[in-house]
Design a protein around this ligand. Structure first.
Ligand code: AMP
Length: 365
C-alpha cells in the first residue's frame, strides 16, 4: 500500500510529517488517519499537545536541531505544517531531504505582513493603504500620509490582534510605537468594513485549485468568535473574494491550503488583510458542512491525491469555544444539529481555543 503508485502520489500507509503540534495539526492527523495515512508530528514542545495525542509518532526538538530534523525527514514521506511561523531555514533544510508543502518561499511571504501586502499589491490585488515603519517618526509620517485613523501592527508573529495598536486623531505615535514592542511595523489605514470574510483555497501538486465558499467571520476581543457559511454577501463580492484568493494561491505556488482574510468595503469590493498557508480557524465549519473538510483537503493536496469537492452540503455556523466556553460541552452535545470538536487541552485558560462547535442547517438555495 505504501509504495507510490504514480509520480507525486503517496499511497495510504505513507507518513505525513506535521510541523507544529496544535489543534490544526490534530484535525489534519485525524483526517489523515481516515484516509489510511500516518502522522508524525515535530514541535519544540509537543508533550500533551492536541496533535501529539492523536499522532502515530512525535519528535520533540528545537526547530534548529538539524540532527532531529534529519531523523524526522527520514521517517516521513512528505512534510506539511499547521503553523506558518516555522523558521524558513528549518523548512529549507527539510526540503533538501523530503518534499515540504507549502514551501519556504510561501512561508517567507506569509510570515511578514509587509511582504504579504507587497505581494498582493504587485498582483493588482487591493489592500488597505499601508506604510512600513521602523520608528515612532515613521509612524507619524505614515499617519500624515494615510490619514488620522490607522492600525499599527508588528510585521511578524502577530495573531488574534496581538502586537497591534489602533491609532486615532489623539494618539501619540511614539506611545503607539512603543506599545507594539517590535522593531518592524506596518501602519495600515483603518478600514470601515461592512464585514470580514475569508476564502480557503486548496492547490494540488498538479496546480489544480479548489476554493471553498466565502465565509463571514465575526471577532470578539480580537479572536475569531463565529464563522457563518456562506457569507451574507452579494454574488459579485463572493466571486471577487474567490478570485482574489485563487490568484494569490496560484501566484505563490502553494501546495496545500491558503486561507485569505479580507475586508468587504461598503461598495462591495474586498481588501486583503492577511493570508495563512495552512488550515484556518475560519474553515472548521467544513468538517460537518462540506463534501470535503479543509483537513482532508490538505491531506489530499500534499499526498498528490485529487482534490475533493468543496461543495457546501449545509449552511453552517462555527462557534469557537474559548476558555471557559468549553464548560458548556454538556448542553452542546445535547443539541440535535451541533457537532462538537474538542482539542484535548487540559487547562481552560482565558483566550485559549479549547474547541469549536459546528451548527448545521439545511441549505436555503
Ligand atoms: P489581524 O491580526 O490583521 O487579523 O487583525 C485582527 C483584527 O483587527 C481583524 O480581524 C480586524 O477586525 C481588525 N483589523 C485589522 N486590520 C484592520 C484595518 N486595517 N482596518 C480595520 N480593522 C482592522
Amino acid at each position: 500500500m505504501s509504495r507510490p503508485d504514480a509520480m507525486d502520489t503517496l499511497a495510504p500507509g505513507s507518513t505525513i510529517g506535521m510541523l507544529g503540534a496544535g489543534q490544526l495539526g490534530r484535525m489534519t492527523a485525524l483526517a489523515a488517519a481516515n484516509l489510511g495515512y500516518r502522522t508524525h508530528v515535530f514541535a519544540p514542545d509537543a508533550e500533551g499537545s492536541p496533535c501529539g495525542q492523536v499522532a502515530d509518532a512525535m519528535t520533540v526538538a528545537d526547530w534548529t536541531d538539524r540532527h532531529a530534523l534529519a531523523a524526522f525527514a527520514g521517517a516521513v514521506d512528505v512534510v506539511t505544517l499547521e503553523w506558518e511561523n516555522v523558521p524558513v531555514d528549518t523548512v529549507g533544510f527539510l526540503a533538501s531531504l523530503v518534499p515540504v508543502h507549502p514551501g519556504a518561499k510561501v512561508l517567507a511571504v506569509a510570515q511578514d505582513r509587509i511582504q504579504e501586502k507587497s505581494f498582493a499589491n504587485a498582483l493588482g490585488i487591493a489592500t488597505a493603504p499601508w506604510r512600513a515603519a521602523s520608528s515612532a517618526g515613521d509612524v507619524a509620517a505614515a499617519v500624515a500620509a494615510i490619514g488620522p485613523r490607522c492600525i499599527l501592527k508588528s510585521t511578524r508573529l502577530g495573531y488574534d490582534g496581538k502586537g497591534q495598536a489602533v491609532i486615532g486623531p489623539g494618539t501619540d505615535p511614539a506611545e503607539a510605537w512603543h506599545s507594539i514592542g517590535s522593531e518592524a511595523g506596518i501602519v495600515e489605514g483603518f478600514v470601515d468594513f461592512t464585514c470580514e470574510v475569508s476564502v480557503i483555497v486548496a492547490r494540488g501538486v498538479d496546480g489544480r485549485t479548489a476554493a471553498y465558499p466565502v465565509v463571514e467571520n465575526r471577532h470578539k476581543n480580537g479572536i475569531l468568535d463565529r464563522t457563518l457559511a456562506p457569507a451574507r454577501v452579494s454574488s459579485g463580492t463572493a466571486a471577487e473574494a474567490g478570485r482574489v484568493a485563487t490568484t494569490l494561491a496560484e501566484a505563490l505556488g502553494v501546495v496545500g491550503l491558503l486561507a485569505v482574510e479580507m475586508f468587504v468595503t461598503p461598495d462591495g469590493h474586498v481588501l486583503v488583510n492577511e493570508m495563512a498557508p495552512r488550515p484556518h480557524n475560519s474553515g472548521h465549519w467544513t468538517m460537518d458542512a462540506c463534501a470535503t473538510s479543509q483537513f482532508e483537503q490538505l491531506v489530499r493536496a500534499v499526498c498528490g491525491l485529487p482534490l475533493g469537492s468543496t461543495e457546501l452540503r449545509f449552511e453552517a455556523e462555527m462557534e469557537n469555544l474559548i476558555g471557559d466556553d468549553v464548560l458548556r460541552w454538556r448542553q452542546i452535545v445535547a443539541e440535535p444539529n451541533a457537532h462538537l470538536h474538542l482539542y484535548g487541552k487540559a487547562e481552560a485558560r482565558p483566550g485559549r481555543k479549547m474547541g469549536h462547535v459546528n451548527r448545521v442547517f439545511p441549505r436555503r438555495s
